[in-house]
Design a protein around this ligand. Structure first.
Ligand code: GLU
Length: 277
């Protein structure tokens, strides 16, 4: 009996200790400097898309995520941590990127993310690093030529949950119905299976889909401005400043331009000079 009581006592102390340690851990994660931790571990953990051709797409051949955002993150990592700095990547979607950032699973989001006033209430953004604009992808031969053709009852348009494209589209075509999918792979699949007359999101993303799917094309001019920023948790000013300095540096040394040309130089219908501004 005595033995059992002693054993239970020990168990309780261990539980209390574990609780204290874990709560310390959480407190630390929230207030810790992301930049100091990145410098200590020589690693920055970036949230990138893995379903978005040209920006962040999983290459099944080598399980590497590749795209413009990924290359930008790698270039920024070298600027911030030095040539031996490591960029680590975690897959995010339009819907999961803010929660993953807020929970401390990732240090920053570089994932086709528009700087918007609503998002600025919950996260901080770097300076913009790319200019996109919202547009439409339709099947070739479709009668849809612009958003005006979709502003009718009975029209269905596809978009992705967590993207500002949903609200943007509802503003310009309030009569249409927007069907939300989980990610861009699913949204494209839904367009192909005829679940909507058009898919709406940023032109760069849509042109990436069109390049892979010759039966589809981007129509109408961009009807919004989508300046992309790198999102960082609130309270990490030092990290945001470092990112901005690094962005400036890669623009100055020509690396930014090389990355833009690598991904968008051959995409017809995309004004990469405009995107770079
Ligand atoms: N740039 C838009 C956004 O931030 C659409 C692209 C995306 O879903 O990431 O919501």
């Amino acid at each position: 009996m005595k033995k059992l009581i002693r054993y239970l006592g020990l168990l309780t102390s261990l539980c209390v200790l574990a609780l204290v340690l874990s709560s310390c851990g959480t407190k630390k994660a929230a207030s810790q400097s992301v930049l100091s931790r990145a410098e200590e571990t020589n690693t920055i953990v970036w949230g990138v898309k893995a379903d978005t051709k040209l920006f962040g797409l999983m290459d099944v051949k080598d399980s590497q995520i590749k795209g413009f955002d990924v290359d930008i993150a790698k270039a920024l990592t070298k600027q911030i941590l030095g040539s031996k700095g490591k960029a680590s990547f975690i897959q995010v979607s339009s819907q999961t990127r803010i929660p993953l950032l807020k929970n401390g699973n990732i240090d920053a989001v570089v994932a086709t993310m528009t700087i918007t006033p609503d998002r600025q209430k919950v996260v901080d953004f770097s300076d913009h690093y790319f200019n996109a604009g919202q547009s439409l992808l339709v099947k070739k031969g479709s009668s849809v030529k612009s958003v005006k053709d979709l502003d009718k009852t009975g029209t269905r348009v596809l978009a992705v949950t967590g993207a500002n494209s949903v609200a943007n589209f509802q503003k310009v075509a309030p009569k249409a119905r927007v069907l939300e999918l989980q990610d861009y792979a699913q949204a494209l699949q839904a367009l192909k299976s005829g679940q909507g007359q058009a898919l709406t999101t940023d032109n760069g993303i849509l042109l990436g889909m069109a390049a892979e799917n010759p039966g589809y094309q981007v129509v109408g001019s961009a009807f919004t401005k989508e300046p992309y920023g790198i999102a960082v948790n609130k309270g990490q000013k030092a990290f945001v400043n470092k990112i901005n300095q690094a962005l400036k540096k890669i623009r100055e040394n020509g690396e930014y331009d090389r990355i833009v040309k690598k991904w968008f130089g051959n995409i017809s219908g995309f004004d990469y000079k405009e995107a770079e501004k």
